[in-house]
Design a protein around this ligand. Sequence first.
Ligand SMILES: [Zn+2]
Ligand SMILES: [Zn+2]
Ligand SMILES: [Zn+2]
Length: 399
Amino acid sequence: MEISSVTKSKNPRNSTVFTLSTSSDLKILVTECSELLSYDESSDAEDVSEGGYIEFESPDAPIADQAIFYVKESALDENNVRLEHVKDLAWRDKGGNDTINLGEESIKGIGVWLATFHDQVTPLSTMFMDDIWSAIKVCAERGFDRKKLQPWFKQWVDRIRNEQSKTWNDVMFNRQLLFPCHFFDDAVGFQQLTKFLVYNTNMFSPIKESKPFKFDRGDLSPKFVIKQLNAVREDLRTVLQRRIFAEVHGILEQSACRCNDTAICTYLKEIDRIGIKPWGATFYNSSIKDITDRLELFDPALVRKLNVKPCHCKCSPHCGCSIVWDEVVKKAHKDILGYFDGLCLDCTKHTPNEDSNYWKPEIQRNRYDQNCRINHGEKTWYFSFMGQRKHHRFERDWF
Ligand SMILES: [Zn+2]
Ligand SMILES: [Zn+2]
Ligand SMILES: [Zn+2]
């Protein structure tokens, strides 16, 4: 890790030295052990269940190392870093000198905090996902104010978004970023990754989060988030399946016209050709995005060519020959992709209690993101509220 504008050097004992203040009056010693950040093989609460071993590949995996930070005690005081508390926890070296021995700690995890306390910049490019988690762990264990690191974290997420878009398309990356975005209250990042996970996680397994290493978060664990993500995806799957076959269902119910047989068969053949098995496993072994991508391959020419000519009947409301199938498919595709805008952290954290007027059905809403930092529609509003909903006023638009 490099911290700009500060001196970094290797001392004779092969520790990396970071000078965070030219008038430092305190020396902080950190030892990092490779065992410190072991992978999380545990299965936590259902919210964060991993279901097994997750291997996290980092180009900068933890190695045994030692670092010395030269800091200014007043900078720590200004940031309410509680040295008394620190003393109780034996931060102070037994020698009683100007050295605080933190013992085993993530060098980058503590380093980003110390740099922030000294208004120094930690380069974004040297911090990887496990370092972000290490910084959170340090924050939780040392009682630091997470707000101090929020701007830096947001810049880190923005950088990934702008410079490493492929990384953002990786499901595991999104699973591991879920908690950091929640922790640092990054509404934009949280919206983006929750939407990504809902649309891009294969439906053969539940949406889960992932932790790069063992970390007992206690009360810090976000409640209900994973449940809600799985609920949205389940809802989307149902709506998508119904939308694709709604017209087939409709004409079977409403019309006995002879043209139906050819029309339905031709449509189903095309749906099958593009890889959506009408009664097959497609809706259980693909992601929502996989299926909408396949809808883009729908070829109206093939349907028109194979379909019968209009039969000039007077069916009302309609029969097979009058359906514009590619419009049906295009609309389903557009509606499904616009169905869910990701979870909204503001709605998540401000769920009204069940007796609130908020839930009264007579209250009409034109906007669902009135007091939110992000723009979103009704589905995000509904699924972002956490906990029990006695006042269930949600109605599907489409069915
Ligand atoms: Zn007809
Ligand atoms: Zn007809
Ligand atoms: Zn909201």
